[in-house]
Structure formats: structure tokens, C-alpha cells
Design a protein around this ligand. Sequence first.
Ligand code: ZN
Length: 152
Amino acid sequence: MEFGSRKRYCTLFDLYSEILLDHYRLPRNKGRLDHPTVTVEGTNPLCGDELTLDLEFEGDRLSRVTFDGKGCAISMASASMLTEILQGKTIAEVEKWIADFRAFIRDGHAPEGVEMGDLTALIGVSKLPVRVKCATLPWMTIEEGVRKYRGS
Ligand code: ZN
């Protein structure tokens, strides 16, 4: 890691690509949990993305979430961002994030009053229908995980 050599960004697009690539190259919370409460798998056959999420719940809180899998940079970066944002959140907060992310991709901008953080880097995806499924795969997968946990 080189310090003091921060790149200058010409456009927001460059900045967003950089954030995406950073999550793709240095994924957060990648790997498997030894004793997950729930494990869910998701695939996006259109692109070949394969994802496994291990979720550990403590009461109404998602105490840990890790992901594993392979796929395009968008799906893997989106999964990495998801783990970073949702770890430690309550189930109600997780569900709100899922809804907000859905709206963000559908509308092409963040919902009123919501700060999307690194997820903002996925904004370009909303204009690329083929890529929408890549970006939303981790979010649809965790939604199923929450449903499984609630049902158990
Ligand atoms: Zn993909």
C-alpha cells in the first residue's frame, strides 16, 4: 500500500469505478462462518454470478454476515458493500436497507434522506438493465436469508 500517492479523479465516474474495484479487489467480510444461523445461496444465470451468504443472528440483530462466491466485479463489490453496511444492524434496519437499495437502483437516485455511502458507486448500474441483476443479487439473497430466519 502506497501512501501519499492519492489519485486525482477526473470525473465522478472514475471515482465510482475506483470504489467498485476497491471492493472487488479487497472484498470486506469474504469467507465462510463456522456456525452461521442461516446460509443462503443466490445465482444470476444471466451473468454467471454465484453467491453464498452466511448470516449469524443474535435475537433481532444481524451480528455477522460474510459472503463467498464468484462473479463479476459488480456482483462481488455489491456483496462486499452489503456486508459492510448490514453487519450489526437490526432486522428492521436490514429490511429498510434492502428496500432503499431496491428503490435506489430502480429510480437511479438515493431515496429521500438516505445516505447510500459506497453504494452510490453502483448508480451507473440503474441505466444498464443487464447489470441490475448483478448489483441486486446480494440484496435479494439476504432478503431470502432474513425470511428464512423469521420463519425458523
Ligand atoms: Zn454479474
